[in-house]
Design a protein around this ligand. Structure first.
Ligand code: NAD
Length: 256
């Protein structure tokens, strides 16, 4: 379905971004990987699916790096047809002691990076009259939790960005949507589970059950494969008129 398309997935060396990159590759899309993790093995694994794979190590907190990455995508792949804004970090602290540099980093990586990639991707998508922008927001793009001010602000921000850009391109073949996962067991969440286990002097298994029980009625993690398939749907003709949505995949978290 996605043969001859190129997908740039930011933060795709692990977790959700990697899951989405694999699902898009299975549909025939060429993939541009990005992220700080080890990428050679990931690149080889996706290449084995029969698509072209590139890597650009842009730091998503740096607009100049993002501009260089988008230029690389144009030169090497003829532009970005599917842009998945996924790179993200978390920082947990009460606001009184929230380090200002952590606030700046969370906003830069989780929100401003998507502004930069999007503004640079839209012109060629408009020319081709086809494009997909998928922003990985979060249940925290729809509701809040204490001690995650920067993350919640960035994720609510990216839901707003999604809607505004979707309207700007509403009469074209370019769609812009957000996916709002609940808990997904990736390195980002494992770090929070490990911190909870250490703080409360409980086992990692108990901490995992507590984490799910607190927010997620299904008591199950959403998987990276499920999110990959949701992204594939958003790239399909069936989703041609799905515009500006914030699609929860959160086990009922935001239905409460
Ligand atoms: P992860 O830590 O597994 O992956 C994050 C990716 O972003 C990695 O590839 C990392 O190298 C990359 N990254 C981090 N900082 C970067 C930077 N400055 N420049 C470039 N790349 C950078 O985390 P994940 O859980 O897969 O998270 C992916 C996205 O999904 C994030 O936006 C996160 O907020 C969102 N999300 C995660 C969950 C969850 O439960 N895991 C839930 C909702 C939303």
């Amino acid at each position: 379905m996605l043969k001859n398309k190129t997908a740039l997935v930011t933060g795709s060396t692990s977790g959700i971004g990697l899951g989405i990159a694999k699902s898009l590759a299975k549909q025939g899309a060429n993939i541009i990987l990005n992220g700080f993790g080890e990428y050679a093995a990931v690149k080889a694994e996706i290449e084995a699916l029969g698509v072209r794979v590139g890597y650009n190590g842009a730091d998503m907190s740096k607009p100049a790096d993002i501009e260089a990455m988008m230029a690389y995508a144009t030169t090497e792949f003829g532009g970005v047809d599917i842009l998945v804004n996924n790179a993200g970090i978390q920082y947990v602290s009460p606001i009184e002691t929230f380090p200002t540099e952590k606030w700046d980093a969370v906003i830069a990586i989780n929100l401003s990076s998507a502004f930069h990639t999007t503004r640079l991707a839209i012109p060629s998508m408009r020319t081709k009259n086809w494009g997909r922008i998928i922003n990985i927001a979060s249940a925290h793009g729809l509701v809040a939790s204490a001690n995650k001010t920067a993350y919640v602000a960035a994720k609510h921000g990216i839901v707003g960005l999604t809607k505004a850009v979707a309207l700007e391109v509403a009469t074209t073949g370019v769609t812009v949507n957000a996916i709002c996962p609940g808990w997904v067991l990736t390195p980002l969440v494992q770090a929070q589970i490990d911190a909870r286990a250490a703080n409360e002097k409980i086992t990692v298994d108990q901490a995992t059950k507590e984490l799910l029980g607190e927010k997620e009625p299904s008591l199950q993690f959403t998987t990276t494969e499920q999110l990959g398939e949701l992204a594939v749907f958003m790239c399909s003709p069936a989703a041609d008129n799905v515009r500006g949505v914030a699609w929860a995949a959160d086990g009922g978290w935001t239905a409460q």
